[in-house]
Design a protein around this ligand. Structure first.
Ligand code: AMP
Length: 573
């Protein structure tokens, strides 16, 4: 069985293709959304999901979130005494989702389709595949998130003919894809996006405004506990504004109440520069397909941040119509990943469905150009594969040595759209020896597969020798040997047992609330936690089950009385 995974910046989901349809898989808490958070528990085991999210505030030095933003880089995140790369943290999330799928299906799972932002680079894609390997999963396919959303959406109308645009704004990334659906063939015509734009930027903008309005010193940003609490309160206010008109961010600092009131107007202003950045990819995708906004049949929303009214208004304004909200935007990508898994398994219900995708950015090499006065100018970009070419694709570029005395050429491979390579992204380089005599030229073959992974081969003219680009030494990527080593290391770290996760999550939540309240309520809550722990130690389900419900209701009631998920001062009576 191949499973479909949406590995998101803020939340991750797993779904399976079963009984002729996509089905979401619940996690150990019975929920579909698993927060992409990882925490190292005091007993050395790894907590993933809601329990880890609760610990972001109580144990920030042992907990990590939004690490998808570091995929493809060598940035490390310290949890306790150990450093982890983004691939490793993602691997913990994948392991947890794999265990959920195994519990749901009642069989071992070893293969997965994992979604990535369409605009993810080669290094980011390879890091995602590595995360899968580290989690013990063979990654059957990396699928672009908007293409996954389109697959889920298209399943509802396979017999119709339509053109639609997927507007996918997640926690950390923004993608746009334009697709055409015709007789069961779903063709991505163009993708564009921004890898560093998402709902988390809105939360950060609220945090910045909080600092500004309360005249806080920027050194407070180095206080992880304060920043996590502020972040959580800003996130709650942002979500509240998706349903209401007013919200506040409230935090206690050294006995003082700090406050920021936000209404729709303030939020709109904060979002204005972010919304501006969303226009460019939309316009580029339309331009590349030669389709006008009014010629689209529908606009499909994906990603949690499209719940924001200000984003929906932008979409409505840009396209002159309301977006469709047929499928839950949080779930649509995972549902599509499961369709792709079904396609991979050649499920009979999907016989008529075909999906084609594109390379979202141009790929090429750095060249020197000769000017009219005979001088040469370095650092120009020569595209070999143009953006939005259907994949898989293989193209050859033919290049000459600048100087006939040259004994080798250094091929530098870039991705991007700029005229000068300094403004594009360097993917790697390849040194190709040239023959002593004969033509000093090389053929460079770029092969871009359906996963969005690139292979570059160079052939010196009239020789059969071929040089394959191996982007080793790129700090953002692990070699095969390093992956093997890290797999062994990660195997030694135990995941928290799934069957006790619910209790662990409840206790993590209680700890967070305990740290937030003060006075009598705090003392009282401390006693309740100790008593609940004593019941858990009995290991007697007849005692534990009613105590758990009571404990959970009690936490709900404290949080709803406190009107905010941040600091508050109970009124002693
Ligand atoms: P995703 O990566 O698709 O899970 O998107 C998560 C992003 O959506 C995060 O930045 C969330 O803060 C944001 N989000 C989820 N629900 C809402 C909501 N109701 N209102 C505003 N933003 C939301």
């Amino acid at each position: 069985m191949i499973i479909g995974i949406d590995l998101g910046t803020t939340n991750s989901l797993v779904a399976v293709w079963k009984d002729g349809k996509s089905q979401l898989v619940p996690n150990g808490l019975g929920e579909m959304l698993t927060p992409s958070c990882v925490s190292l528990d005091e007993d050395g085991s790894v907590l993933v999901g809601k329990a880890a999210k609760e610990r972001l505030q109580t144990h920030p030095e042992r907990t990590a979130s939004v690490f998808k933003r570091y995929m493809g880089s060598d940035k490390k995140v310290r949890l306790g005494e150990r450093d982890f790369r983004a691939e490793e943290l993602s691997a913990f999330v994948l392991k947890s989702l794999k265990a959920d799928a195994e519990a749901f299906l009642g069989e071992p799972v070893t293969e997965a389709v994992i979604t990535v932002p369409a605009y993810f680079s080669d290094a980011q894609r390879k890091a995602t595949r590595t995360a899968g390997v580290l989690a013990g999963l063979k990654v059957e396919r990396l699928l672009n998130e908007p293409s996954a959303a389109a697959l889920a959406y298209g399943m509802h109308q396979l017999d119709s003919e339509s053109r639609f645009l997927v507007f996918d704004l997640g926690g950390g990334t923004f993608d746009v894809s334009i697709l055409e659906l015709f007789e069961g063939v779903m063709e991505v015509r163009a993708s564009a996006g921004d890898n560093y734009l998402g709902g988390e930027d809105v939360t950060s903008a609220i945090v910045d405004l909080f600092f500004q309005r309360n005249k806080l010193d920027s050194s407070l940003r180095n206080n992880p506990m304060f920043m996590q609490r502020l972040g959580a309160s800003a996130e709650a206010a942002k979500r509240a504004l998706s349903g209401g008109q007013q919200a506040s961010v409230q935090i206690q600092l050294d006995g003082n109440d700090l406050l920021l009131e936000i209404d729709e107007e303030v939020l709109d202003k904060l979002c204005a520069p972010l919304l501006k950045r969303m226009r460019e990819p939309v316009e580029r995708a339309l331009r590349d397909t030669n389709i006008r906004a009014h010629e689209l049949d529908s606009i499909v929303l994906a990603g949690g941040a499209t719940r924001m009214p200000v984003v929906r208004r932008l979409v409505t304004m840009m396209f002159g119509r309301f977006p469709t909200a047929e499928i839950n935007p949080d779930e649509v990508v995972a549902m599509g990943a499961a369709v792709q898994a079904g396609l991979k398994m050649k499920d009979a219900a999907l016989e008529e469905v075909v999906m084609t995708d594109v390379a979202p950015y141009s790929l090429g090499v750095a060249v020197s150009v000769r000017l009219a006065d005979g001088k040469s100018s370095d650092g120009h970009f020569s595209p070999v594969i143009e953006r939005n070419t259907a994949v898989p694709v293989s193209r050859v570029g033919h290049y000459h040595a600048v100087d006939p005395r040259q004994s080798y050429v250094l091929l530098r491979i870039y991705q991007g759209e700029s005229r000068l390579v300094k403004d594009n992204i360097l993917l790697g380089q390849l040194e190709v020896p040239l023959p002593q005599d004969g033509e000093k030229a090389v053929d460079v073959r770029f092969t871009y597969d359906v996963n969005g992974l690139l292979e570059v081969r160079a052939n010196v003219d009239k020789s059969t020798e071929s040089h394959v680009l191996i982007i080793e030494g790129n700090p953002g990527m692990l070699s095969d040997a390093e992956i093997k080593q890290r797999f062994i290391e990660l195997e030694k770290i135990k995941m928290h047992p799934r069957d006790t996760l619910e209790m662990r999550t409840l206790l993590a939540r209680a700890d967070r609330i305990y740290q937030q309240v003060r006075g009598d309520l705090r003392n009282w809550l401390g006693m309740q936690i100790t008593e609940f722990e004593a019941v858990l130690e009995t290991q007697n389900p007849r005692l534990i089950n009613p105590a758990r419900s009571k404990f959970s209701d009690m936490l709900n009631s404290i949080e709803s009385d406190s009107h905010l998920h941040s600091d508050f001062d109970p009124q002693p009576n």
